[in-house]
Design a protein around this ligand. Structure first.
Ligand code: ARG
Length: 466
């Protein structure tokens, strides 16, 4: 029998039942559903709606159901429409009529809403931990290889020399912003909707603040109509996931390029590459290609849920059941992808020789222009002069540094023999010593501050789970 069968005389069409049921996927909420029910039973008891014996029977029954799920021996019944009905059905089998009192004043609408908040909070914590591991691996590579210089690119064209460490740390900061966004999302997911009833509020004197505190949540929702259909925090998480996916995809793309035979700036470990069934020489970066591909589903999940929500009238509508697939998929995708990318970063080997070989003196053209600027030439004119020198070098098919002082002076009398000093990649690097620049000192400073941020995060993650 269904939980809502009272006013129905006929039975549900079999196809409709399959269409309507969500147990096949929302069973994953079992632990948070049981947590929510346990806290709600205590709230009912405090309000005088359950005796202490009834409350204890409910708690014991819920404990048993929790272990049945955890040990994979929960026997689902064909009438288990969703996780909420499944648990209530089983509780009734275990403890009898007291189970029927648990739903007093509660609706599946505020029940599923609080379940999702709790599930999301746990998932945010796990995503945070995975991201922190990846960030630690990035810092590690940056520290180990602080002396390596490589070409920096814009438009994929060689632009200016940068430290390898500066490049790899750029991803640390992207993920750091993702961490901040997740943290912010968790604040909003921590507002408790339980006690909103179906839409109008709970008719019994339950203490919602105490209930929220029991669940480790920080506040109660201020409006029951909003509370039962609010999925903003899930959308926010899906946005965080989509943006993490976008950052991972860009990192993957850089690594695919830099490890390819055209660059050889780094070698990926065999553990994260695969061979070709046809071409024996191939070593394909499948780990990274999949990472790049997974960003597509993360973005799709966000757009999918926004589309589900946009036309909904007030309060709960069954469309909301479609919130779970994208959420579960995003969490699963991140949990699977992030550790692989961390492994790729931890095991890859930067190749300083290949980076060196790619350092062409044309990367120093801006430094030559800066030389003129330091001697009083307006930058626009200096840019033009060096442009002509680059053209000359191209025509003669020699590196820029091989032009003679005479060639330089023919373009501008300001050049003197000390212009040679500008043909140094190390010097070009050390000149960018502003905060956020690629000078070794600035990058070391960046690394120190990154480590502090990471330690802060770990500290706050621990204290919030205590
Ligand atoms: N399975 C439903 C969902 O995921 C639970 C809430 C159902 N509420 C209702 N009134 N039918 O959204």
């Amino acid at each position: 029998m269904t939980l809502w069968g009272g006013r129905f005389s006929g039975s549900t069409d079999e196809r409709m039942k399959r269409f309507n049921d969500s147990f096949s996927f929302d069973w994953r909420l079992y632990a948070v559903d049981i947590q929510g029910s346990g806290a709600y039973a205590s709230a009912l008891q405090r309000a005088g709606l359950l005796t202490e014996d009834e409350q204890q029977a409910i708690h014991a029954g819920l404990e048993q159901i929790l272990s049945e799920f955890a040990e994979d021996r929960f026997a689902a019944h064909p009438t288990d429409e969703d996780i909420h009905t499944a648990i209530e059905r089983r509780l009734t089998e275990l403890i009898g009529p007291a189970a029927g009192k648990l739903h007093t004043g509660r609706s599946r609408n505020d029940q599923v809403a609080v379940d999702l908040c709790l599930w999301l909070l746990e998932s945010i914590q796990r995503t945070h931990d995975h991201l922190a591991e990846l960030q630690a691996a990035l810092i590690d590579q940056a520290e180990t290889h602080i002396s390596l210089i490589m070409p920096g690119y814009t438009h994929l064209q060689p632009a200016q020399p940068v430290l390898f460490s500066h490049w790899i740390m750029s991803y640390f900061w992207m993920f750091q912003r993702d961490q901040a966004r997740l943290h912010d999302c968790a604040r909003r997911a921590s507002v408790c909707p339980l006690g909103s009833g179906a839409l109008a509020g709970n008719p019994f004197p339950i203490d919602r603040e105490a209930l929220a505190a029991d669940l480790g949540m920080s506040a109660v929702t201020p409006n029951s109509i909003d509370a039962v259909s609010n999925r903003d925090h899930i959308v926010e998480f899906l946005f965080c996931a989509a943006l993490i996916g976008t950052h991972l995809s860009r990192l993957a793309e850089d690594l695919i390029l830099f490890s390819s035979p055209g660059y050889r700036f780094l070698q990926l470990d065999e553990a994260y590459t695969t061979g070709s069934s046809l071409m024996p020489q191939k070593r394909n970066p499948d780990s990274l290609e999949l990472t790049r591909g997974k960003s597509g589903r993360l973005i799709g999940n966000l757009v999918g849920l926004l589309t589900v929500l946009k036309g909904l009238p007030s309060t709960y509508n069954k469309d909301l059941q479609e919130d779970k697939d994208p959420l579960f998929d995003a969490v699963d995708t991140l949990n699977m992808t992030l550790p692989v990318v961390t492994g790729v970063i931890e095991t890859m080997l930067p190749n300083g020789e290949a980076m060196n070989a790619a350092l062409d003196t044309s990367l120093l053209a801006t430094d030559i222009a800066d030389y003129l600027v330091e001697h009083g030439v307006p930058f626009r004119d200096a840019h033009h002069v060096v442009g002509r020198l680059v053209m000359q070098a191209e025509q003669k098919q020699v590196p820029l540094a091989s032009l003679s002082l005479g060639d330089f002076q023919a373009e501008s009398p300001v050049f003197a023999s000390d212009v040679e000093d500008s043909f140094s990649f190390e010097r070009a690097i050390s000149r960018k010593n502003v905060p956020g620049g690629t000078a070794t000192e600035a990058v070391n400073h960046q690394i120190t501050s990154a480590k502090e941020r990471l330690a802060d995060h770990q500290g706050s993650a621990r204290s919030s789970s205590e």
